[in-house]
Design a protein around this ligand. Structure first.
Ligand SMILES: C[S@@+](CC[C@H](N)C(=O)[O-])C[C@H]1O[C@@H](n2cnc3c(N)ncnc32)[C@H](O)[C@@H]1O
Length: 138
């Protein structure tokens, strides 16, 4: 398992993220530390994953595993989800699944915008599960 996060909370919103319902999702909110994440795995008796600190926009394909079977994308904002899909999408195995959190969350409209743009012209199986979008790669 690999985890990627700024550990500095959310970055600045873009115009695509503006929503009257999303006023709480400001730059710097939702901060946790790398240590807190590690401790949660240890307390649960689970192996500690590879944890990479950084902004998604600064990651390259070298920072990711060669092939990915399952990815959970939870970056809340347009640029964050766009960057995640650009990095993770090409690494997905055939039959692999990406779950995108907040696809149906009207407080975070940038998520659906990034997903809808990215999936144009691609052969994918899509399923909306509550606030999640499940994308299966063919
Ligand atoms: C809603 S939280 C989800 C965290 C985790 N999935 C969970 O459920 O506890 C969103 C996380 O995305 C991170 N994040 C959002 N945009 C990012 C970006 N562009 N680069 C790095 N981290 C980002 C934030 O730091 C925050 O920890």
């Amino acid at each position: 398992m690999w985890i990627y996060d700024s550990f500095e909370g959310l970055p600045e919103k873009s115009d695509k993220d503006r929503s009257a319902l999303g006023v709480d999702f400001q730059k710097g909110v939702l901060v946790v530390t790398k240590r807190e994440v590690k401790e949660r795995f240890l307390r649960a008796g689970l192996p500690v994953p590879v944890i990479k600190k950084g902004w998604f926009a600064d990651l390259t394909e070298m920072d990711l595993p060669e092939k990915i079977a399952f990815a959970f994308l939870d970056g809340d904002l347009y640029e964050s989800i766009k960057d995640s899909l650009t990095l993770v999408g090409p690494k997905m195995s055939s039959g692999g699944v990406m779950l995108v959190h907040d696809y149906n969350n009207s407080a975070l409209p940038g998520v659906a915008k990034a997903v809808n743009e990215w999936m144009q012209g691609k052969d994918l199986e899509l399923r909306v599960l509550g606030s999640l979008m499940a994308i299966e790669l063919k």
